[in-house]
Write a protein that binds this ligand. Structure first.
Ligand code: GLU
Length: 613
């Protein structure tokens, strides 16, 4: 997920400064490289490099550009490592078309090969670079610049928000979008802006237009025209006014990044569902042919691993052991065998305990390391035989939310690929599981739009309790532990995720009248036994809050309160409940923090990337 910003003005103002400040306000969207191009006197001026905006600015003076028109980009790499050459803007062979891009071009490999055969020279490993070359190719066919863009984009599969600056139309920025956001800001008669998000131009203007999918905006200083990309016809749009303050807008209107990221889960999951099947297949094949399989991680990634281990084992027919990364060496010294596989899960790809574990394992035996991370170019990818990048996008809130659900989803995709390869289930059954997995973004979206008041009410009810339990069985134990972790992290409450069966061997001693216990109760094979556990706590006066599916009848009647997850009560959906049930627990943590006056984005003593032992 990158940030795009473009500015065109008729005023004599430092264009570099405007571009730099605009792109800086989008840094939350990506921060591995940055680039700006301006146009002046028939020439293009480009500066770009890998690194955070401030670092690159120190080196390249990003506020110093000639002209009255510029486009800028802050990158969160999806294709090609974060290097200078892969930084945007990208150009065509004649270096007179520049493009900044947010999104993924899925068919870029085939298109690139075709363009190379036609004599095009590519400099980067990105998917983006094919766009200026394709436009160039269309220009060669005799089309004008605007039609060349339209025709070039018809060939692309995938998602894009683009800003294009070219010497063919020196007083114009062209912006287009398909599935990646672009908005247009305007100071009528003076300046026009395009951006991935409002914060980029909020201090400059509050008047904006939303660009919809398959629309093009042609920006001149203080003017903008919109076109339908399918019919080339002009579209009349009404401008709107932004009502946020700059502070709110930086979080996209949300009070905290944590809340924003909880709400971004449906989109993040949709993107992760599109991960290349080739990568998933490689993971599946290696896991299938391994002797011993281990899955490892720390914190949230370990709890995602616990869920993943259940889902994969079900279809693999072999046991997978989940081991905390810091314990891996201790537990496996003398037991690690050749032809084993370690699946390492890390949001940042920099967690030192995970990296140490896999480096040790690789040295100890001839085995394969498969890693799942959200960060392109991170250390873990260098130490892995194969890696998959989840598509959660930048996560700024220190407490992991959307990266967790994307990790579990990725592991679920691997599990279903294993099921396909093993052919142990009829194809129609596997399709039912795929359908259920693909419905997880919608289930979460429906849940998030209907349950905030209920969650707040529960938070208020639990206000006096600084300790309680999330209890669960089977696959949901990971969910319970992740929920407990979130409460500890952001709300400073000692809430423990625990096995419901084990809870009677100790923790039940804490229960008095009104002591809260939250049961995580999807209708899977553990359901009946879980009711038994629930009754043990209820009969001792516990206050029972249950998280169930909407059609649940049994647990509901024994509970003081229920949180309903809007999903069908079948086995296909239940196995993916670690994805669909977790937003309820994330929201409980978030609103508990708010209730107690804590800042959920800045938990005490925590850092997002743990690079110390
Ligand atoms: N796919 C482009 C790249 O890797 C854009 C990335 C993005 O939008 O996150 O450079």
């Amino acid at each position: 997920m990158c940030g795009i910003f473009g500015v065109i003005t008729n005023q004599d103002i430092p264009i570099g400064k405007i571009a730099l400040e605009g792109i800086k306000r989008l840094e939350y969207r990506g921060y591995d490289s940055v680039g700006i191009v301006s146009q002046h006197d028939g020439k293009l001026f480009i500066k770009k490099d890998a690194g955070k905006i401030d670092e690159v600015h120190k080196k390249l003076k990003l506020d110093d550009f000639p002209g009255k028109i510029a486009i800028a980009h802050t990158r969160w790499a999806t294709h090609g490592a974060p290097t200078k050459i892969n930084s945007h803007p990208h150009t065509n062979c004649s270096n007179n078309i520049t493009v900044v891009h947010n999104g993924i071009i899925e068919n870029f490999m085939t298109l690139k090969e075709e363009l190379i055969q036609r004599g095009h020279n590519f400099k980067s490993d990105t998917d983006t670079e094919i766009i200026p070359h394709l436009i160039e190719e269309k220009m060669k066919e005799g089309l004008d610049f605007k039609d060349s863009i339209i025709e070039a984009l018809k060939i692309l599969k995938g998602s894009y928000g683009l800003a294009i600056l070219s010497l063919y139309v020196p007083d114009t920025i062209i912006a287009v979008r398909k599935e990646s956001p672009i908005i247009i800001g305007i100071e009528p008669g003076v300046a026009t802006y395009c951006a991935s998000d409002f914060p980029a131009f909020l201090p400059l203007t509050k008047t904006y237009y939303i660009l919809e999918d398959c629309e093009m905006a042609i920006l001149k200083a203080g003017e903008v025209e919109f076109f339908d990309m399918n019919t080339s016809e002009i579209i009349e749009k009404k401008s709107q006014q932004i009502e946020w303050s700059i502070n709110a807008a930086e979080k996209g209107g949300y009070k905290h990044f944590m809340l924003k990221e909880i709400y971004e889960q449906p989109e993040a999951l949709k993107r992760t569902l599109k991960i290349s099947n080739e990568d998933i297949k490689i993971f599946a094949q290696i896991i299938l042919s391994a002797n011993d399989i281990y899955i490892t991680g720390a914190g949230t990634s370990l709890f995602a691993s616990l869920a993943g281990k259940f889902i994969i084992s079900k279809f693999l027919g072999k046991y997978i052991q989940a081991i905390e990364c810091s314990e891996l060496k201790g537990q496996l010294t003398n037991f690690l065998r050749d032809n084993s596989v370690i699946i390492a899960v890390s949001q940042s790809g920099e967690t030192i305990d995970t990296i140490e574990a896999i480096r040790w394992a690789k040295k100890a035996q001839n085995l394969k390391i498969l890693s799942i991370t959200n960060a392109v170019g991170s250390s873990i990818t260098r130490y892995s035989d194969h890696f998959i990048i989840t598509q959660a996008g930048p996560e700024i809130g220190v407490a992991a939310t959307k990266t967790y659900s994307c990790q579990v989803l990725t592991l679920a995709l691997i599990a279903l690929e294993i099921a396909k390869l093993r052919k142990i289930e009829p194809e129609s059954e596997i399709q039912n599981y795929y359908k259920a997995l693909k419905s997880t973004p919608q289930i979460i979206e429906n849940f998030l739009s209907n349950n905030i008041n209920l969650i707040r009410k529960i938070v208020k009810d639990l206000e006096k309790h600084s300790s309680y339990f999330f209890l669960a069985r089977g696959i949901s134990i990971g969910t319970a532990k992740e929920g407990g972790l979130k409460l500890k992290e952001v709300a400073c409450r000692f809430i423990e995720g625990y096995s419901a069966a084990s809870a009677k061997h100790g923790p039940i001693a804490l229960v008095r009248k009104g002591y809260p216990i939250v049961f995580i109760a999807p209708p899977d094979e553990t359901y009946v036994r879980l009711i038994g556990n629930l009754m043990e706590f209820k009969s001792r006066g516990g206050k029972i809050i249950s998280i169930v599916v909407e059609s649940d009848k049994k647990i509901r009647v024994h509970s003081d309160m229920t949180i309903d997850i809007p999903q069908p009560a079948d086995i296909y959906h239940s196995i993916f409940s670690p994805i669909t049930f977790i937003p309820a627990l994330q929201l409980l943590a978030y609103y508990t923090a708010i209730f107690h006056g804590l800042d959920p984005d800045k938990p005490l003593n925590l850092s997002k990337t743990v690079t110390v032992h």
